[in-house]
Design a protein around this ligand. Structure first.
Ligand SMILES: *Cc1c(COP(=O)(O)O)cnc(C)c1O
Length: 631
């Protein structure tokens, strides 16, 4: 049967992790529907064409603020529904933790599209707070201050409240209270204080260390009691307004939330019964992303929806409060990953492919051929689906003996190369047989990745997808065109850096993790462009400049109701001058050094004056250029 676009969609899992945001269109292109179902579509291949015409080179990071809007609408709608269904009397108030993506344009867009919900901001450090208080101009939005604090941080937070922002300082350590009160007294304001609880119910998954007795953050039960006593002694218990917990990021199982909520809601009602006014229950972030579309508790997935999460939060808070006759608090979430992960897609082109010599006509042998070559050819000719495991052993053995014969001077280099070539051809046929089997013995499972093509791609893993390197995080990768064509090659992706870790060799799959990705053979003179999706959370800020590959170009897109795609903003990526500047090279000094060297070369007669001028111009142009490869 002929390959269809639906086959590609299924193969890459587009409907499963893409969930209505991504799909394959009739042209075989990957398209996005950023404004939601029934609204305009963005054909990513056309976007690349448009950008190329505008002189914007790949790699490009696309950001779609309408996606963030959709994510915020989703949170407010699921909480709204849960509040209604449970006759809940508190409000829902979401804040965005800016550490997840602090890029100004991202934060600006988020505050703009979230204005009608009064979305707030969460800061975890002084610099983040200085940004948050300048960017937030909605008096109904919250600013939550987390993280370890010095006097200056506390002063800044209280300044923000004098600007009319509802600012809550969340106490992480008891010692912060004295500083808060001293500054508040000086400024003559009543601070709003929260307390971060160190829950004893363990977190789960990669960030489990964010909770539990030995967690880095928050106060234990003992610490919370001490805090209340301290505030009472100071006669400032009326300041205690919020209970906060955050159990970690990418929480894969809803049970982890349920357990944390049970403990935290008990703490909340106890705090009220101890005389604290409270009023806000801040359940932190942690909502996961189903990166692989499997809806499981696998680390790159999650087994719940936002709707289930909201229902659990509202129900448990309501139940605990009703049981203790405590008024319903406002519910605050600090969802970061789930707010922005979907909004960014990295587009990058493939520069070339390296293939092992598994194909082609096998070497013919005759009476004069070395014995080992004849032996290899026999293995090749005799290979069937019944003896393939044995053939695998024979081929390996013959290859080892060929190497030894070469070292002993028995086999020439050309003959060794011929044996090698036959060896790869045997492996190629073996792989084709193995693909047909329903069961494959363990030792042959690594054949596919061992024979995979290497697709050299124009981006840096360290800059654009650092979590793929640092914590083996999976991101969906899909060609943005040719989806109507069967992707007959199997490959891994290598980036531009001179680092053997600069590659991607694990790919999303609903059933497992793929060790190779199905890809198309390159066409001469034609670009082959891949998308890495769901990279909006954490990747930009955690990215580094390995090999001095800098920020990529970034483009903000939106789609009108008429389906027209607007290029709202093009943010040029780092130039070579920018990245060399980060490591303290000065443009003028670099140019001066080149000038000095060229003067010396002119003196020594190895460089003409005109050539020297050209060289200098060329060098300057290099400093102005993009750090990635051009065409
Ligand atoms: C990082 C962080 C968040 C955001 O977590 P996500 O998993 O991205 O939702 C929220 N609150 C605090 C305190 C954090 O440190």
């Amino acid at each position: 049967m002929a390959w269809t676009i639906e086959d590609s969609a299924e193969l890459y899992g587009i409907p499963f992790w893409g969930k209505g945001l991504f799909e394959a269109n009739k042209a075989g292109h990957l398209v996005m529907t950023p404004a939601g179902e029934g609204k305009g579509k963005v054909d990513l291949y056309n976007v690349v064409t448009e950008l190329t015409e505008r002189g914007v080179e790949l790699p490009v990071l696309l950001r779609l603020p309408q996606v963030v809007e959709g994510r915020l609408d989703l949170m407010w709608s699921v909480f709204g529904k849960a509040i209604e269904e449970n006759n809940y009397r508190g409000r829902y108030r979401g804040v965005y933790p800016i550490k997840v993506n602090q890029q100004r344009q991202v934060v600006e867009d988020l505050l703009r599209v979230g204005r009608r919900h009064h979305v707030g901001l969460e800061a975890g450090s002084k610099p983040e707070l200085l940004v948050a208080m300048a960017m937030m101009d909605d008096p109904e939005g919250l600013i939550i201050c987390n993280g370890y604090k010095d006097r200056r941080y506390i002063e800044t937070a209280l300044m923000a409240s004098t600007l009319g922002r509802e600012t809550v300082i969340v106490v992480e350590k008891l010692s912060e209270v004295d500083a808060i009160m001293a500054v508040a007294d000086r400024l003559k304001i009543t601070p709003k204080i929260g307390v971060r609880a160190k829950l004893s119910s363990p977190g789960k998954g990669r960030w489990q260390a964010s909770a539990g007795d030995r967690a880095k953050f928050g106060l234990s039960a003992l610490g919370i009691v001490e805090l209340v006593e301290k505030l009472r002694e100071m006669d400032r218990l009326e300041c205690l307004s919020l209970l906060h917990f955050h159990i970690g990021s990418q929480v894969t199982s809803i049970r982890t939330f349920k357990r944390a909520l049970r403990e935290a809601t008990r703490l909340y009602v106890e705090l009220v019964s101890m005389g604290a006014p409270m009023g806000m229950m801040d359940v932190g972030g942690g909502i996961g992303i189903d990166y692989d579309g499997s809806r499981t508790t696998f680390e790159s997935s999650r087994n719940y929806t936002e709707e289930e999460y909201a229902a659990d939060v509202v129900m448990q808070v309501a139940a605990a409060c009703d049981g203790a006759n405590v008024p319903h608090p406002d519910i605050v979430t600090e969802s970061g990953r789930a707010t922005v992960a979907h909004c960014s897609v990295l587009l990058f082109d493939v520069l070339g492919v390296e293939t092992l010599p598994t194909d082609g006509e096998p070497m013919s042998v005759d009476a004069n051929s070395p014995e080992l070559l004849v032996e290899m050819r026999d293995v090749y000719d005799g290979l069937t689906s019944r003896n393939y495991q044995e053939a695998w052993h024979d081929a390996q053995d013959a290859r080892i003996r060929a190497k030894q014969s070469f070292e002993l001077g028995v086999l020439s280099l050309v003959e060794l190369a011929q044996v090698d070539r036959l060896f790869w051809q045997i492996l190629g046929r073996l792989r084709n047989i193995v693909r047909e089997q329903s069961y494959v013995p363990d030792e042959l499972n690594s054949l596919e990745p061992a024979l995979a093509d290497t697709y050299y791609a124009n981006f840096s893993v360290f800059q654009s997808a650092p979590d793929a390197w640092a914590i083996d995080q999976l991101f969906p990768i899909v060609p943005i065109h040719r989806l109507g064509e069967e992707p007959v090659r199997r490959g891994i992706i290598a980036d531009l850096t001179c680092d053997s870790d600069g590659k991607i060799s694990r790919f999303v799959d609903r059933r497992d993790v793929k060790k190779v990705l199905e890809l198309h053979p390159l066409k001469k003179g034609k670009p082959y462009v891949l998308a890495m999706a769901l990279v909006g959370a954490y990747q930009e800020i955690l990215g580094d400049m390995h090999n001095l590959f800098g920020d990529t170009n970034a483009v903000h897109l939106s789609v009108g109701d008429d389906g027209h795609v607007n290029f709202d903003l093009v943010i040029e990526g780092d130039t070579v001058e920018d990245v060399t500047g980060y490591v303290q090279y000065d443009r003028k000094d670099l140019v001066q050094r080149i000038r000095t060297s060229s003067e010396r070369a002119i003196r020594n007669g190895i460089l003409g004056k005109k050539q020297a001028a050209k060289l200098l111009a060329f060098y300057r142009e290099g400093l102005d250029g993009y750090t990635y490869l051009g065409h």
